[in-house]
Write a protein that binds this ligand. Structure first.
Ligand SMILES: Nc1nc2c(c(=O)[nH]1)N(C=O)[C@@H](CNc1ccc(C(=O)N[C@@H](CCC(=O)O)C(=O)O)cc1)CN2
Ligand SMILES: Nc1nc2c(ncn2[C@@H]2O[C@H](COP(=O)(O)OP(=O)(O)OP(=O)(O)O)[C@@H](O)[C@H]2O)c(=O)[nH]1
Ligand SMILES: [K+]
Length: 428
């Protein structure tokens, strides 16, 4: 097993940078640079020197024994001054040490997984946690990282193993008088798992949206004030505004946090019949993106109607509240009147969509659960048919347990690892 190293903190100038070494040679390599190592888990100040004896930096050194580290291997951290030159010199020096090499993205975490420190779902949670930018993303990622899905899977597993054991008793004693009919209990155990698992599958859409973000499209006729409203919501001049109708041609996207949720706000071309070729394309794009968005805000001139039929959840609101004097149900991007209320309204609409979100946050989770549910339905049908179908039911239960193991990466892990780790940063 090679010993790996990488900068764990973000690249660039910073107060402090962290360079991490993990593997069987971590302690010996580190002591080549800093002399005596502090006791594990005790930070100590040391001069880091290159092999010829030049001082590279003065750093805090922190060691973790293989029994108690993030990776499950000997680990040393150098907490240096956050200078690009210091980090580069240190990385170059580590590269010259025999048996050490630069880590691949996600390799520290990969080792934590291999050493049983985390299960696969936790690794996914960790990737999401590092990527999280909003409160909802942070909370969802932390639930997964803390082992929520593994706990659920362990509970389901225990129920299904019990169901399986009950069936085995039936098979083993098939020739004898079985004292009690086990099928009601087996069916109940399966149903319990099915209900809980189906709820997770149903929540996948919402959880995925929290992970990847919601799209909210501002839609309306030319010159109604869409771009001005987008800028007011974004708090910056993201889109060009002008008194010329047909200013916005392409879709303008602004990422922002709204009610703790990740939202991409879309400004679209004003909807109208036009002979202008470019504007026509803009209108077509506006319609397409508006349709695909999670929520539409129809901005209308007061006393008019939206160009499209709003979906039940969509928001219809009059623009230029300052001109119409409409204090309710109107908004002005120019004066800011009604903007806070609109934000609140959008937040409430999106939050109601997130309510179902559970621990299944990736297609991989959903697919494993769906596979499991297919076998459970099959198993339950066979059990209901009578004792002569017990061995087929047993086999279906075994398949469902396999799907469950896949969910948390107990089996068949190799082919999903590259996919899972492809999104990891260097140094994690
Ligand atoms: N400086 C630094 N900060 C960091 C990390 C790190 O590696 N270095 N982390 C890296 O992601 C996170 C903390 N994660 C860690 C997870 C486990 C262990 C660890 O030593 N676990 C041992 C002992 C646990 C204990 O002290 O109770 C174990 O599990 O056996 C350390 C860090 C966030 N902050
Ligand atoms: N009085 C007032 N004027 C506004 C308001 N919002 C926008 N305007 C003005 O209305 C004109 C059009 O605004 P835009 O934001 O460009 O409108 P748009 O809907 O994005 O227009 P298109 O890109 O052409 O579809 C500009 O002159 C704005 O200054 C408002 O709340 N009150
Ligand atoms: K305009």
């Amino acid at each position: 097993m090679s010993t790996i190293f990488a900068q764990a903190s973000a690249a660039g100038k910073a107060g402090v940078a962290v360079v991490r070494i993990s593997g069987p040679k971590a302690f010996s390599a580190a002591s080549q640079l800093c002399g005596s190592l502090p006791a594990p888990r005790q930070a100590a100040l040391r001069r880091l020197r290159s092999a010829p004896g030049e001082v590279l930096d003065e750093a805090l050194v922190l060691c973790f024994s293989e029994k108690a580290s993030f990776t499950g291997e000997e680990t040393v951290e150098f907490q240096t001054h956050g200078s690009v030159a210091v980090v580069n010199a240190l990385l170059a020096e580590l590269g010259t040490v025999d048996g050490l090499r630069l880590a691949e993205p996600g390799e520290f975490t990969r080792r934590a997984l291999a050493n049983g420190r985390l299960d696969l779902a936790q690794v996914e949670g960790l990737a999401d946690l590092i990527a999280s930018e909003t409160e909802a993303q942070r909370q969802q990622a932390l639930r997964l990282f803390s082992g929520g899905l593994g706990d659920l899977a362990a509970h389901w597993r225990e129920r299904l193993i019990r169901a399986s054991a009950l069936l085995t008793v039936t098979i083993d004693f098939a020739d004898e008088e079985v004292p009690v009919d086990v099928s009601p209990e087996v069916l109940e155990l399966i149903a319990e798992v099915q209900t809980a698992m189906q709820a997770q599958v149903d929540g996948f859409g919402a959880a995925e949206r929290i992970r990847t973000g919601y799209e909210v499209a501002i839609v309306g006729p030319p010159n109604v004030g869409k771009s001005t409203l987008l800028n007011a919501l974004a708090g910056r001049d993201a889109a060009i505004t002008s008194e010329i109708a047909g200013t916005t041609r392409d879709v303008i996207e602004v990422r922002m946090e709204l009610a703790g949720l990740p939202v991409t706000l879309l400004d679209t071309a004003g909807l109208r019949e036009t002979d202008d070729t470019i504007e026509k394309i803009g209108v077509a794009r506006a319609l397409e993106r508006a349709k695909a968005a999670d929520l539409r805000v129809f901005l209308i001139e007061s006393n008019s109607k939206p160009e499209l039929d709003p979906a039940p959840d969509d928001i219809v609101i009059a623009s230029k509240a300052d001109l119409s004097g409409d204090k309710f149900g109107a908004v002005s991007g120019k004066t800011g009147a009604g903007v806070a209320q609109l934000v609140e309204q959008i937040g409430a609409k999106l939050s109601s969509k997130t309510a179902k979100a559970g621990l299944a946050t990736r297609a991989r989770h959903k697919e494993a659960m769906e596979r499991c549910l297919v076998s459970l339905a099959e198993a339950s049908n066979r059990v209901a048919l009578g004792p002569e179908f017990t061995d087929i039911a047993s086999e279906e239960l075994r398949i469902s347990l396999e799907a469950l193991n896949m969910l948390i990466g107990r089996v068949d892990i190799e082919n999903v690892l590259d996919e899972v780790f492809s999104s990891f940063c260097l140094g994690k």
